[in-house]
Design a binder for this molecule. Structure first.
Ligand code: GAL
Length: 677
């Protein structure tokens, strides 16, 4: 061998050797070195070497330099590809939430199997060491559950968390739910189509306002046969106004005509005690503007409701949430000032000024206007509430021309507990000490309910007390049109999932005029004053909207209406999906079957059909050959329509056929099953 060959041989030997060393060398890979942004969590953003609130990670007095601060329910999926031998960490609840009672459970799931659990951990528990072997594991999921008591203040830390890795220097993290938006709703046809609900309720003598919502090329001409004489329809806009003096039911045939054709639809006008015979649809300021709301922003949202075309799909209410009144604590001068005038009339803050002008503006667009208050002395945000002024406030709302009131418990807890009026806001007081629970819970809502009913105008009454004391059992009796069944929603999968899973117990109480309210929609640009695109993935948004429609929920858009993107607009303008929510029978879907992670929600419809949501709460695509139709109340020859795609997809004999279903992870297949005549 000459010198050159000898040199080449030695070099190759060296390369091979160093490669095999690299393949077997072990290295510590810290969890905080990975991309934590793939984590999904119940609140906030993942903390890299920081707690959820951005402080040093601290568990039971001990501080840790490294780790991942998160919030239950949390999931982080890491692709190990068999290259990690161990994972070790110290886990616990962060000290930063002293004064609350969080509980969580940390779990490790390796290739779908639970391999470690911390057990339930509470605030003050010393950090629990975790060390597991990971030989051969491909995917590891770090999970923090809510510990069984809801996820309030569940700030959880994976401290000092690290892997021993072989032959690699890092790992990738993934969010397994695809992030690219895709459009399902076909564009509306240029031909006229009437989309508004088929039933509308009004009280005798109240001003009547109903917009015939229709898609199709403009100009369009509207007419209505069978209207009571005291009502008239504006041929250009489709707005029906007037008032009906006596109770009764009127069957009306609506017509919309344009250059391309003509559409008709029958509707029932029911004049009686009940209003909101289908769930209210509209927009509310809270989920986007929170304490930054102003008359200008509200009027611009109303403009956008019309300009975006959403008005043609039945979206009607423009609701102002908290912060139209003056505030007790704020440093912002625009919301400081007297709460009431000398004779006790409520005063709007300077951002709003003339409330009648705001309501008039909204009505001028053919829309309706909503407002917010609390039965306690203060609203949840510390603005003036209605305590002691209920009648006067109801009169003010009616006088200004408002059509909707959200009435939010908050500081009423302090009234019962005898705490001073000016006790600072921390008052969602879900538990309170005073009196017989039910009487106490009902009373303030009864007082405002009576005051609203005494007004010469219909005001939809929306109770907001987070589902306490089984509100669905007595909400109707106090005059409520809808009532919240849950605490506040946020734009996270956990929040939407948990709210969805807790709706069934109240379902039997939903009926025309009375709706369970699982809180507002978290689609589009939301953010409670810090606007960002909803953190829900596209499939999660389809599931969220489908479920809210199956639940016959009030549909209140929570996003910035001026930032509606094509995907969100498409999601909010599918008339066949909306028709499920607005079905006149007014039943609420319940889960009739569970197959692995798939829950099958079924809603009976007035025409004898059933809307069925095959909802996949799992992380993997579900493929089913579904044939259990009798469980869903579906029998015989049935046609099947895909509501999102607005397409008939099959005609089956449900007694013997099967239907192949592919349901995206965290997604939905929403079908309507109609018996064939
Ligand atoms: C909460 C309520 C929210 C919003 C907020 C206003 O209690 O659930 O939807 O209205 O108060 O401060």
């Amino acid at each position: 061998m000459n010198t050159f060959k000898l040199f080449t041989f030695a070099f190759l030997l060296l390369v091979c050797n160093s490669q095999s060393i690299a393949q077997t060398a072990t290295k510590t890979v810290w969890l905080d070195e990975l991309d934590l942004s793939a984590a999904t969590q119940g609140y906030g953003i993942p903390g890299k070497n920081k707690s959820l609130d951005g402080k040093a990670i601290t568990i039971a007095g001990k501080t840790f330099e490294r780790g991942f601060g998160t919030h239950a329910e949390s999931s982080l999926l890491i692709l190990l590809n068999g290259k990690a031998s161990t994972f070790a960490a110290q886990v616990g609840i962060d000290d930063e939430i002293k004064g609350h009672e969080p509980a969580v459970e940390f779990k490790l799931v390796a290739d779908g199997k639970n391999i470690w659990s911390s057990g339930i951990m509470r605030l003050g528990d010393a950090a629990k060491p975790c060390k597991v072997s990971l030989t051969g594991v491909q995917k590891l999921e770090l999970v923090v559950t809510d510990g069984g008591n809801g996820n309030y203040y569940d700030h959880a830390d994976w401290a000092d968390a690290r892997f021993e890795a072989t032959g690699v220097t890092t790992f990738s993290t993934i969010n397994p739910i695809p992030g690219i938006p895709y459009i399902l709703t076909p564009p509306p046809s240029p031909l006229p189509k009437i989309n508004s609900a088929a039933v509308f309720g009004v009280r005798p003598g109240s001003p009547f306002q109903f917009m015939v919502a229709a898609t199709g090329d403009r100009p369009m001409k509207f007419s209505a046969k069978g209207l009571p004489k005291s009502l008239k329809i504006d041929a250009k806009t489709g707005l029906i106004t007037g008032s009906i003096s006596k109770s009764g039911t009127f069957n009306v045939a609506l017509t919309a005509t344009n250059a391309k054709g003509k559409a008709t639809k029958n509707m029932r006008i029911v004049c009686g005690d009940k209003i909101a015979l289908t769930p209210p649809m509209g927009w509310n300021s809270w989920n986007c503007f929170a304490d930054q709301v102003s008359a200008e922003k509200v009027m611009r949202a109303a403009d956008a409701m019309v300009k975006s075309g959403l008005v043609n799909h039945g979206w009607t209410y423009i609701n102002i949430d908290d912060f139209w009144q003056n505030n007790r604590d704020s440093k912002d001068e625009s919301i400081r000032g007297p709460f009431r005038d000398d004779v006790g009339n409520i005063i709007a803050n300077s951002r709003f000024g003339d409330m009648k002008a705001v309501a008039d503006y909204i009505h001028g667009l053919g829309l309706k206007a909503g407002l917010y208050s609390s039965p306690g002395p203060w609203t949840c945000g510390g603005c003036a509430g209605s305590y002691g002024y209920e009648k006067q406030d109801a009169q003010a709302y009616a006088g200004w021309g408002f059509d909707y009131l959200k009435y939010d418990w908050c500081s009423y807890g302090n009234v019962i507990d005898g705490l001073p009026d000016n006790d600072p806001y921390k008052v969602s007081s879900l538990s309170y000490k005073g009196g017989d629970e039910l009487t106490t819970a009902i009373k303030p809502f009864q007082v405002m309910g009576d005051a609203l009913k005494a007004q010469p105008r219909d005001i939809v009454y929306s109770l907001c007390q987070y589902g306490m004391s089984d509100v669905w059992k007595w909400g109707d009796a106090v005059g409520g049109s809808a009532w919240r069944t849950t605490n506040d929603i946020t734009d996270t999968w956990t929040s939407v999932k948990n709210i969805a899973l807790m709706q069934d117990p109240a379902a039997a109480w939903a009926k025309p005029g009375n709706w369970n309210d699982p809180d507002m929609l978290v689609l589009g640009t939301v953010g409670w004053g810090n606007p960002h695109p909803s953190k829900l993935r596209p499939d999660e948004q389809y599931l969220h909207f489908s479920l809210w429609c199956l639940f016959s929920s009030p549909l209140l858009i929570g996003c910035d209406m001026e930032k509606l993107d094509a995907f969100t607009l498409n999601l909010l303008s599918n008339d066949e999906v909306i028709a499920i929510d607005q079905d006149p029978l007014g039943k609420q879907a319940t889960c009739l079957q569970t197959i692995g992670d798939v829950r099958v929600y079924v809603k009976e419809l007035e025409d004898g059909s059933r809307a069925v949501g095959f909802c996949n709460f799992g992380l993997e695509i579900a493929e089913l050959n579904y044939d259990d139709f009798s469980k869903l109340g579906i029998q015989g020859l049935t046609s099947v329509r895909d509501l999102w795609r607005q397409k008939d997809i099959a005609s089956i004999n449900s007694d013997k056929d099967a239907l192949p279903l592919i349901i995206p992870a965290h997604g939905v297949v929403l079908y309507k099953f109609s018996p064939k005549k």
